[in-house]
Write a protein that binds this ligand. Structure first.
Ligand SMILES: N[C@@H](Cc1ccccc1)C(=O)O
Length: 502
């Protein structure tokens, strides 16, 4: 039997009774591990050996963890800066210690909370004192980080590793170990004697020029060899979710709306029968812009909207009887919802011909002065939509959502009665988070009141909604924190792999 030299070397290094790993064989033969892997697969294909793969969890460091190995843990830097400023003698102002430690951004909070947790000292009324007996050099978390950085298994208690993990410093990976064992055929072949053939891995100009290429044996490509993962650019998962939403809605017969991000309060709120003293319209919730008021709003429409606010419209309700200012209505702000677009289209000023039935949607950005948290961003995307038809009922609304969300594999949405000044009845929508099992709010909806449709000149039913694109993406990707999806804290590893399920 004849075999390429390296296959023969691997065969001779393998054993019929012990599993030998690729690394062991590589060390023994002096071949590179990837060459051994290739040869082992070739031998397996010839039936001369078997290859078994075992996966094991590996621990490494995240970028943040690696940074701390280089620069020191933030709490340790805080402690040392405190010592340098004699904060063991008397308390020193926190700002000064933070400056000396050169801590910035989120690292400040990280430093303070861990400083306190590790008993490095005390913090009281903006002043910091370090405990001279504390010893950051003996810190088990720092030692475990250093071990992980060196690719070693840290000799640390589970609690220490859990702590590092919860600080987001540990990267969990998987490594595959391949082991080779001789088969009976392999043993027989070795006993009968094998001759080595020279193989050539690469064609060279010399081989071609001399014509020698005709006589040599070429090694085969090993398409199973490990290769580094290459990451090309890809569309952001939110953009892919938005594209998918558009496809689904177009498939359901909807047309797309577009319009300004900065709009007059008239379109954002007044048309929606939102009283001018509503909390959402006050300066702390609204991003007001210091620009000229909007001129081009049809005068007759302004009068009709004003009249709905002052005296009511249609059969029930008699308006707010509170002051209504045209000046305020013309002021410009960043839209807090895209229902401003629905108002523009329903009024006809967007140019659409509106005989029922009609269906419109948009997937556009909105702006709210909210507090950032796992489910709130200051800028996010709304999936706005409305259906105009004679005699719509709540079943139509629920059925539309059920059909829409089903396209994303979400079949368990729930409805909760709600209140909006502009719809009656109104419903909030909830979906269950696939990872946490929590019910999260995914949208708000309802049937527009006569006070909204009447002044716009619409005399049939209009049901409408605003759904949160990011929340939909949380349900489809399993992201637990909306800030992992976009913004400065986005999780790049997550974004590289996240798929839009449907
Ligand atoms: N504008 C509402 C959503 C909505 C639109 C249309 C009708 C009802 C509700 C929101 O932002 O929450």
């Amino acid at each position: 039997m004849r075999l390429p030299e390296r296959q023969l070397a691997v065969l001779e290094a393998a054993s019929a009774t012990d599993e030998r790993t690729i690394d062991e064989i590589a060390a023994e033969t002096g071949l590179k591990p990837e060459t051994v892997t290739g040869a082992a697969f070739d031998l397996r294909d010839e039936g001369l050996c078997s290859v078994v793969e075992t996966a094991a969890e590996t621990l490494g460091l995240t970028d943040e963890g690696r940074r701390y190995v280089d620069d020191g843990l933030p709490e340790t830097r805080l402690y040392r800066a405190g010592l340098a400023l004699d904060a063991d003698e008397s308390a020193v102002s926190m700002g000064q210690v933070i400056g000396e430690a050169d801590l910035d951004g989120p690292e400040v909070d990280i430093a303070l909370s861990n400083f306190a947790r590790k008993g490095f000292g005390s913090i009281d009324s903006g002043e910091l004192r370090v405990d001279p007996d504390a010893d950051p050099d003996a810190d088990s978390e720092a030692a475990a980080l250093a071990a992980l950085a060196d690719g070693e298994t840290p000799d640390a208690a589970d609690a220490v590793l859990e702590q590092l993990d919860s600080r987001g410093l540990v990267d969990h990976g998987e490594s595959v170990t391949r082991s080779v064992t001789l088969t009976d055929d392999g043993v027989d072949a070795l006993m009968m004697g094998i001759e080595a053939t020279e193989t050539v891995a690469q064609v060279t100009p010399e081989l071609l020029a001399s014509g020698e290429w005709r006589d040599v044996e070429f090694s085969e490509y090993n398409v199973e060899a490990d290769a580094p993962t290459t990451r090309g650019g890809r569309k952001h998962v939110l953009r892919r979710t938005a594209d998918r939403v558009k496809d689904v809605l177009v498939g359901m017969g909807f047309q797309e709306m577009e319009g300004p991000h900065a709009d007059s309060d008239f379109w954002i709120n007044d048309c929606l029968f939102m009283p001018q003293d509503h909390p959402a319209r006050t300066h702390w919730d609204r991003f007001a812009l210091d620009v000229d008021p909007m001129e081009d709003i049809p005068d007759e429409l302004i009068r009709r909207v004003e009249s709905a606010h002052r005296d009511g419209w249609g059969t029930d309700g008699d308006g707010y009887h509170s002051p209504w200012s045209e000046e305020f209505a013309r002021e410009i702000a960043l839209r807090g919802h895209t229902t401003s677009l629905s108002m523009r289209y329903l009024s006809g000023i967007a140019g659409a011909e509106l005989e029922p039935p009609q269906r419109y949607f948009s997937v556009e950005k909105v702006y709210r002065n909210d507090t950032l948290d796992p489910t709130h961003l200051l800028e996010f995307f709304q999936i706005e939509g409305w259906v105009m038809a004679e005699d719509l009922s709540v079943r139509d609304l629920m059925g539309t959502f059920e059909e829409f969300y089903r396209q994303f594999g979400i079949t368990d949405i729930r409805f909760k009665p709600h209140y909006n000044p502009y719809t009656e009845p109104s419903f909030e929508l909830f979906g269950e988070h696939p990872e946490t099992g929590e019910e999260i709010e995914i949208g708000n909806s309802g049937v527009f009141r006569e006070e909204v449709t009447g002044p716009l000149g619409v005399d049939c039913d209009v049901m409408a909604w605003g759904l949160a694109l990011e929340r939909l993406a949380m349900l489809t990707t399993g992201a637990e924190d909306i800030r992992d999806l976009h913004g400065t804290l986005a999780d790049i590893e997550f974004l590289r792999d996240a798929e839009v399920s449907y």
